[in-house]
Design a protein. Structure first.
Length: 152
């Protein structure tokens, strides 16, 4: 609410209303223009999140950023390899949350649940004729530490 008027959801930047940036897990509120001398009262009500739900959202922007780097590394191996679909799906979580903020917590939960499969899919690419060091670099950006064996 701004001066007693409810702000509605909008996807347009700069338009008065509220929107959600899923990549940053941040609510962005844009008000109408006011003179600097005008009194402006704002209030916001956010849905209650359980501790588990809050943990699922905590750290998500950093993970999305690391996924971007890992995806770039994997995509640089094109012709021999490419980012697996599960990595792309995980990377797009922020965009899905932006488009459907009411599903943010469910998306964050799904993100956590699908993370091991995505890591497994990247690891499985070692069997492909692909630069193994690229896979290790991508995994290190995802926080997965591995020792590469000689001859692999």
């Amino acid at each position: 609410m701004v001066n007693g008027q409810e702000l509605t959801f909008t996807r347009e930047e700069g338009k008065p209303g509220w929107r959600y940036d899923g990549n940053q897990t941040t609510v962005i509120i844009t008000t109408p223009r006011f003179k600097v001398s005008d009194r402006v009262e704002m209030s916001a009500e956010l849905p209650q999140a359980t501790e588990a739900q809050q943990r699922a959202l905590d750290g998500l922007p950093g993970k999305i950023g690391r996924l971007r780097t890992a995806m770039d590394i994997m995509n640089d191996t094109w012709r021999q390899g490419w980012s697996p679909d599960s990595l792309i799906h995980e990377f797009e979580v922020g965009d899905r949350m932006t488009y459907f903020p009411e599903r943010a917590v469910a998306e964050a939960d799904d993100f956590q649940a699908q993370w091991p499969k995505m890591v497994s899919d990247v690891l499985a690419m070692q069997k492909e004729p692909i630069d193994k060091t690229a896979i290790m670099r991508a995994l290190s950006h995802l926080g997965v530490e591995m020792q590469m064996k000689a001859g692999q």
